[in-house]
Design a protein around this ligand. Structure first.
Ligand code: CO
Ligand code: ZN
Length: 330
């Protein structure tokens, strides 16, 4: 899973521009599934047919947070606005890349700066252009950039990279679909678009699939760093089963089922409660007349920065749990 994850993290794909990520996932999955299709929004559906009428939808969002160019000044510096949630502190002094390969660095105004300001208003992207005209030959207003790919391995099983939210969930879903042999139920792995700007792809996809049960695979923030958020999830303590975040309360029956499966398979797991954030399962839950949903979360430090950190072992636990859950009839 590590090699695939590394490739996924290095692939450009901010919200609304997930096509390169989708192409990579299609190539990976084509020999392993019964059907692959893409909808109008760009969601990718990978189907494995089962023996029953029940359909389990697994959703992992392909998009990553990014920046959009909103203005170019006379000297050729680009002004940017976030696409998804990016705190000023995480954007400062980072390297970014555009879809066409143009690279820039994020600089900052030093005059009259209020360091409590969380917006990107006083930041700019320097792409090395001499003036506005030269800059506009390389990028246009409305073009998007992402944190430049950067992969590092920390200790035994941790990796640090931009875009681990949610390419780690994508890698987990790709591997799960590859491993599935005979499934009692239909399994649709959906690689969704535009999660970071409001779970938009998942809205269309859940309406399309109308699943019997839905599960989202995503990352979650941890509470295990010095003076960090007060959160129960710890990196390296296993896959997290979500109880609640700001977008949803997961279905108690699904949570109980996941926990029971985890116990029976000897999977390391922990419960997740997040008082901010949201994920695709919220859209699955409220489609049609309602769908029971759960979420498996990969613990992730420094979420929405250029150095997100996850544990490969936690991901392996997620893989084990999914294999157990999908092997059972619904
Ligand atoms: Co996110
Ligand atoms: Zn996410």
């Amino acid at each position: 899973m590590k090699d695939l994850l590394k490739k996924l993290c290095a692939t450009f794909g901010p919200s609304g521009h997930e096509e390169k990520v989708r192409r990579l996932i299609e190539e990976e999955l084509r020999p392993h599934v019964d059907e692959l299709r893409t909808d109008v929004m760009g969601n990718l559906y990978a189907l494995k047919r089962g023996k029953s009428d029940a359909t389990i939808m697994l959703a992992a969002h392909m998009d990553q947070i990014g920046f959009i160019v909103i203005d170019v000044d006379k000297k050729g510096f680009l002004r940017i606005s976030p696409v998804g949630g990016i705190h000023r502190a995480c954007a400062l002094a980072r390297r970014v890349v555009f879809s066409n390969g143009v690279t820039g660095v994020i600089g900052w105004e030093t005059e009259d700066v209020d360091h409590r300001d969380k917006s990107l208003d006083k930041l700019f992207v320097d792409i090395g252009a001499a003036d506005r005209e030269e800059a506009l030959k390389r990028v246009m207003i409305g073009d998007m950039a992402v944190f430049a790919p950067d992969w590092a391995e920390l200790g035994e099983d941790l990796v640090a990279s931009p875009a681990l939210d949610n390419r780690s969930g994508c890698a987990l879903l790709v591997q799960t679909m590859k491993n599935l042999k005979d499934c009692p139920n239909n399994v649709v792995g959906v690689f969704t678009v535009q999660e970071e700007v409001g779970l938009r792809g998942a809205r269309a996809a859940s309406y399309d699939v109308a699943p019997t049960v839905g599960l989202a695979l995503d990352v979650t923030a941890t509470g295990d760093t010095p003076k960090g958020e007060k959160l129960p999830v710890k990196l390296g303590e296993g896959i997290a089963i979500k109880v609640m975040d700001k977008s949803l309360i997961t279905s108690p029956g699904v949570v109980a089922g996941l926990e029971q499966a985890a116990r029976s398979a000897g999977v390391r797991w922990q419960r997740e409660v997040l008082y901010f954030g949201g994920t695709d399962a919220a859209e699955i839950q409220t489609t049609h007349s309602g769908v029971p949903v759960g979420v498996l979360s990969i613990p992730c430090r420094y979420v929405h920065s250029a150095v997100e950190v996850v544990s490969l072992r936690d991901m392996e636990e997620g893989l084990k749990l999914l294999a157990t859950v999908l092997g059972k009839a619904e």
